[in-house]
Design a binder for this molecule. Structure first.
Ligand SMILES: Nc1nc2c(ncn2[C@@H]2O[C@H](COP(=O)(O)OP(=O)(O)OP(=O)(O)O)[C@@H](O)[C@H]2O)c(=O)[nH]1
Ligand SMILES: [Mg+2]
Length: 178
């Protein structure tokens, strides 16, 4: 009963209760993917070794499977280290590659600008600018995009270690997961 309540709790917090979905977590190394997965799963902060075998990184919470790598997914969560400005160009290049990938056409993209607990982290405006998303973000809140031919895409700033910001991002993306 406790476990059920807890699973329901985290999934409804993320806007994902009663849904079944495959969600892909991507981003450069050191962006915080593993930390986020574990924060979602057990709210524990663990220092992780750099991930060597991303395909083995799969966690299930309730009916939702969080996978580190797969195709045929319902959403992509792309993490960027907002404090590592030297790697924005590299991160943009990877993101652009994903956005133009045939297997991900129309798949919603939640971009998480992580590590805003670090004082010199980029602001949302800056991150959008450097990732070339300023005019492609489709809007926060409830935005109907059916029939618009637009891929849902938004940037949410967060700090995984402080458990801040990513919940709003998941709630936003969950509206595009049927
Ligand atoms: N300051 C700060 N550090 C964070 C945050 N999230 C993750 N980190 C740190 O960033 C480092 C990398 O985190 P990981 O979760 O291992 O990153 P990853 O994306 O899985 O990296 P790879 O496995 O190499 O692809 C770790 O030292 C984390 O503790 C955050 O919100 N703030
Ligand atoms: Mg990792």
């Amino acid at each position: 009963m406790f476990l059920f309540d807890w699973f329901y709790g985290i999934l409804s917090f993320l806007g994902l209760s009663n849904k079944e979905a495959k969600i892909l977590f991507l981003g450069l190394d050191n962006a915080g993917k593993t930390t986020l997965l574990h924060m979602l799963k057990d709210e524990r902060l663990v220092q992780h070794q750099p991930t060597q075998h991303p395909t083995s990184e799969e966690l299930s919470i309730g009916k939702i499977k969080f996978k580190a790598f797969d195709l045929g997914v319902d959403a992509v969560v792309y993490l960027v280290d907002a404090a590592d400005k030297e790697r924005f160009v590299e991160s943009k290049k990877e993101l652009d590659g994903l956005l133009s990938d045939d297997s991900l056409v129309n798949v919603p993209f939640l971009i998480l600008g992580n590590k805003i607990d670090i004082p010199y982290a980029a602001s949302e405006e800056e991150l959008k600018y450097y990732l070339g998303l300023s005019s492609f973000a489709t809007g926060k809140g409830t935005v109907k995009l059916d029939g618009s031919n637009l891929r849902p895409m938004e940037v949410f700033m967060c700090s995984v270690v402080r458990k801040m910001g990513y919940g709003e991002g998941f709630k936003w993306v969950s509206q595009y997961i049927k």
